[in-house]
Design a protein around this ligand. Structure first.
Ligand code: C2E
Ligand code: CA
Ligand code: CA
Length: 699
C-alpha cells in the first residue's frame, strides 16, 4: 500500500489511545482540520493488516477512496456533515477489498475543529452468510416453482407466507388477489371454488387448531377437478411455526384409473361389458335375486358359422358383423338387462327378473332381431345364432356355474342343428362315463331289437278323422327300464349313432305304413329326422331304398325336419330337399316356432306342413302370447298354402281354439298318446268307422 503521508504527523492526546484500544471495532481518529489520521487502535491493525505507523499521518481521502467517502470528506471540510453510517469496502493490506460497516462520527473538542472517529466492523463473515442464504433461498424458490404441486405456506394463524405459481394456477386465483397478499380474499376464493365450501372451511379450521397434525385429503372443485391436499407442520428450531400445504391435481390420474377400470371391464371391439364385468353383474344379480326371491335368466348366444364369414370375407368384415350383432342384441333387450361379449362370436345376456317364460321371450326377441338380413356394402346375408338358457335359481349357484350351464345348453343347440334356443337341463347322465355306457347300451339295443316304434295318431280338426301317424321311438333297457327318447336321442346325436338309429326307424316306419296300406289303411307315417342323419350324403338314396324295399308310395312317408336343419348349410339343404321332393316324399317342419326362421325364407323349400311346437300349445287358449303366436303361425301357414298341425294338444279347450283359428290338424294326448302298431290300428279303425257313421248319420 502506498499511502500519502503529510510531512507533519498530528499529535494525539494519549487518553484517546487507551480509549480506542479498548473498543471491539477498528478505529481511526482523523483530525477534522487536516483530514489526517492521528490515531489508530489495535483492532485496526488486526482488521486491515496495516501496522499503525503506516497509517498515522495519512490523509483520509487516500485511505477511504469510494465516491461516497470522497463526497463525505469534501462536505465535511465545508462543515456540511456531522456523520456517516454505511456499509462500504476498504482495501486490506494484502490488496483485497473487504466489506465493513463503517461509522464516521464527529467528536468536538474544546479547541479547533475537533476529530472524526471512524469505526469499522468486519462484515466479511456476515456478508458471506447473507450470500449463502440468498443462494439457498433462490434455490428453494426455484425448487418450489419447479414442482408439479401447488405449494402454499401459512403461519400458525393461517396467514399466507408464500406460495408458488402452480398453487395460483391450480386454484385459478386472480393475480391481483395474490399481489395484494389479501389473505381473506384468497381464502374466500378457495372456499368458493370447492363443491362443499362450509365443510372445506370447517376442515381447514380444525387443521389450524392442531399445529402438529399431518393431513391428507381430496378436495372436489366445482369445475369437476379433484385436488389432493397434503399438509405438514413447518418446523423451526424444534417448534411448529406454520404449515405447508401442497396441492396436486388428481383429475387426470382419477380419469386414467377410471379408464383402466373401464377397459378391464369392456370388450374393445363391441364396447360391451366383457366376461369379467358380466361375472360381477351376475354375482350382484344373484344377491338381489336371493333377497327378493326373484329369478333371472342367462342366455348364451353364439353365432352360427361365424367362422365362415371371417374366412371368406375377412376379419375386418367379421368385426363389422360382430358390432352389428352387439347393437341388435342390445336393442332387443330392456335397458336394465345386460349384453356382454364373452369373446369371439359368443355373447351373453343377463335378463333380470325373468323366469323360464321371460327368458324364452328374450330368446325369441334375440332371434327376431337377428333374423333381419345383414347388409354391408353390396352384400346381404343372414346370421343365425344358437342360444342356451340357464335360469337362476336352478342352473347354478355362482356366475361360473350359470355361465357353464348356459354354454352347455347352447352346445346342445349346436349339436342338434343350430339356430334355435334351448334351456339347460340338468342331465342325469352328465358325466361322460354314463353317457358312454348309455351309448354302448343303445348299440346293443339295436342289435338285440330292443327298440320299438310307437305311432301317435294325427287327427283332422274338421272331420275328427285320423289322417296320419308320427313314429316315435321307444326303448326298454333291461337294466334301466323305459328310457325316454329325450334322454338317449341327444346322446346318440352326440356320438353319431343317431344315423344308425334313424335308418332303423325309417325302415321300420316305412314297413309299417306299407303293411297298413296292404290292410287297406292309407295312413301316412311321419318320421323324425335328426340333423346328422339329414346331412348324410346318401340320405336321399337311403330314403328311396327304404321306400323301394317296402314297396311304399312315397306320398305315404313324411319326414319331420327342424328349422335348424334347413338353415344349416341352406344351399346344400335345399338340394337335398329338392331330391326328396322329386321322390315324392312329404316334408314338414317340426317344433315350428322354436328356432327362428322367417316364413318368407322357408318359402324356398318344398315343404307341405308346419308342426306348431307343443310349447306354444301348452298355454292355449288363456295365454295371450301363445295364442298370438299360434294364430300368427296358422295364418301365415295358410297364406303360404301349407298344412298346419298342432302337437301336444291335451285339452278340449286347446283343440277348440286351434279349430277356431283355422288350424288343419292336431295330435296329442287328448286324442291318444303314441301307441303300439296294433293298438294304433284298432284306435284308427274305431275312430274312422265312428266318423263314417257320424257323417252318414248326419247326412
Ligand atoms: P317330437 O318330435 O316333438 O315328438 C313329440 C313328443 O311329444 C313325443 O315325445 C310325444 O310322445 C310327445 N307328446 C305327444 N302328445 C303329447 C301331449 O299331448 N302332450 C305332451 N306334453 N307331449 C306329447 P317323445 O316320444 O318322448 O319324443 C321326444 C322327442 O324325441 C321327439 O320330439 C323327437 O324330437 C325325439 N324322437 C322321438 N323319436 C324319434 C326318432 O325316431 N328319431 C329321432 N331322430 N328323434 C326322435
Ligand atoms: Ca316330431
Ligand atoms: Ca315336435
Amino acid at each position: 500500500m502506498n499511502l500519502a503521508r503529510p510531512a507533519l504527523a498530528a499529535s494525539v492526546p494519549s487518553p484517546f489511545q487507551a480509549l480506542i484500544d479498548g473498543l471491539q471495532e477498528a478505529v481511526w481518529l482523523v483530525d477534522a482540520a487536516t483530514h489526517c489520521v492521528v490515531a489508530v487502535n489495535k483492532m485496526s491493525q488486526a482488521l486491515l493488516g496495516l501496522p499503525s505507523d503506516q497509517l498515522l499521518g495519512c490523509a483520509i481521502d487516500s485511505l477511504a477512496t469510494t465516491p461516497e467517502d470522497a463526497l463525505f470528506w469534501m462536505d465535511a471540510a465545508a462543515g456540511g456533515r456531522d456523520g456517516l453510517h454505511t456499509d462500504t469496502m476498504i482495501r486490506h493490506a494484502d490488496g483485497r477489498m473487504m466489506w465493513v460497516a463503517r461509522r464516521v462520527t464527529h467528536v468536538p473538542q474544546a479547541q479547533g475543529q475537533g476529530l472524526w472517529l471512524i469505526a469499522m466492523q468486519d462484515l466479511t463473515a456476515q456478508r458471506q452468510h447473507d450470500e449463502e442464504r440468498e443462494t439457498l433461498l433462490a434455490e428453494l424458490r426455484a425448487t418450489l416453482e419447479s414442482t408439479a404441486d401447488g405449494i402454499l405456506v401459512t403461519d400458525l394463524a393461517g396467514r399466507m407466507r408464500s406460495f408458488n405459481q402452480r398453487f395460483a394456477a391450480l386454484w385459478g386465483i386472480p393475480e391481483d388477489l395474490l399481489n395484494e397478499r389479501n389473505d381473506e380474499a384468497v381464502q374466500a376464493w378457495m372456499r368458493r371454488s370447492v363443491i362443499d365450501g362450509p365443510a372445506y372451511a370447517m376442515r381447514l379450521a380444525s387443521v389450524q387448531e392442531s399445529p402438529l397434525l399431518q393431513t391428507s385429503d381430496n378436495i372436489r372443485l366445482i369445475d369437476g377437478r379433484v385436488l389432493e391436499r397434503v399438509s405438514l407442520p413447518q418446523w423451526s428450531r424444534g417448534r411448529p411455526i406454520g404449515r405447508v400445504f401442497s396441492f396436486r391435481d388428481l383429475s387426470e390420474k382419477l380419469a386414467a384409473n377410471q379408464r383402466i377400470e373401464e377397459l378391464s371391464h369392456t370388450d374393445m371391439l363391441s364396447g360391451l361389458p366383457n366376461r369379467r364385468a358380466l361375472a360381477e353383474r351376475l354375482d350382484y344379480a344373484q344377491a338381489m335375486a336371493r333377497r327378493e326371491t326373484s329369478p333371472f335368466g342367462l342366455l348364451n348366444v353364439d353365432l352360427d358359422r361365424f367362422k365362415q364369414i371371417n374366412d371368406t370375407l375377412g376379419h375386418s368384415y367379421g368385426d363389422r358383423v360382430l358390432k352389428e350383432v352387439a347393437l341388435r342384441l342390445k336393442e332387443s333387450l330392456r335397458e336394465v338387462d345386460t349384453v356382454a361379449r364373452l369373446g369371439g362370436d359368443e355373447f351373453a345376456l343377463l335378463i333380470h327378473q325373468a323366469d323360464a317364460r321371460g327368458a324364452e321371450h328374450a330368446a325369441r326377441r334375440v332371434q327376431e332381431a337377428m333374423s333381419r338380413p345383414f347388409c354391408f356394402d353390396t352384400l346381404s346375408f343372414t346370421v343365425t345364432c344358437s342360444i342356451g338358457i340357464a335360469l337362476f335359481p336352478g342352473d347354478g349357484n355362482s356366475a361360473e356355474e350359470l355361465l357353464a350351464s348356459a354354454e352347455r345348453a347352447m352346445h346342445w343347440v349346436k349339436e342338434s342343428g343350430r339356430s334355435a334356443f334351448r334351456f339347460h337341463q340338468p342331465r342325469k347322465d352328465v358325466d361322460l362315463l354314463s353317457r358312454m355306457r348309455l351309448d354302448h347300451a343303445m348299440r346293443q339295443a339295436l342289435q338285440e331289437h330292443e327298440f320299438r316304434l310307437h305311432y301317435q295318431p294325427q287327427v283332422a280338426l274338421g272331420t275328427g278323422e285320423v289322417i296320419g301317424a308320427e313314429a316315435l321311438i321307444r326303448w326298454r333297457d333291461p337294466l334301466r327300464g323305459e328310457v325316454p327318447p329325450s334322454e338317449f336321442i341327444p346322446v346318440a346325436e352326440e356320438s353319431g349313432f343317431i344315423v344308425a338309429i334313424g335308418n332303423w326307424v325309417l325302415q321300420q316306419a316305412v314297413q309299417q305304413a306299407a303293411q297298413w296300406r296292404r290292410q287297406g289303411l292309407r295312413i301316412p307315417v311321419a318320421v323324425n329326422v335328426s340333423a346328422l342323419q339329414f346331412q348324410q350324403a346318401q340320405f336321399v338314396e337311403t330314403v328311396a331304398q327304404a321306400l323301394r324295399a317296402a314297396d311304399l308310395s312315397p306320398s305315404l312317408l313324411e319326414l319331420e325336419l327342424t328349422e335348424s336343419i334347413l338353415l344349416r348349410d341352406a344351399e346344400e339343404a335345399l338340394l337335398r330337399l329338392q331330391g326328396l321332393a322329386e321322390l315324392g316324399v312329404c316334408m314338414s317342419i317340426d317344433d315350428f316356432g322354436t328356432g327362428y326362421s322367417s316364413l318368407g325364407y322357408l318359402k324356398r323349400f318344398p315343404i307341405q306342413r308346419l308342426k306348431i311346437d307343443k310349447s306354444f300349445v301348452r298355454g292355449l287358449p288363456g295365454d295371450a302370447s301363445d295364442a298370438g303366436i299360434v294364430n300368427a303361425i296358422i295364418q301365415m301357414g295358410r297364406a303360404l298354402n301349407l298344412k298346419v298341425i298342432a302337437e301336444g294338444v291335451e285339452s278340449e279347450a286347446q283343440r277348440e281354439f286351434l279349430q277356431r283359428c283355422g288350424c288343419h290338424e292336431y295330435q296329442g294326448y287328448l286324442f291318444a298318446p303314441a301307441l303300439e302298431g296294433r293298438a294304433f290300428e284298432e284306435r284308427v279303425m274305431r275312430q274312422n268307422k265312428a266318423q263314417v257313421r257320424l257323417l252318414r248319420g248326419g247326412a
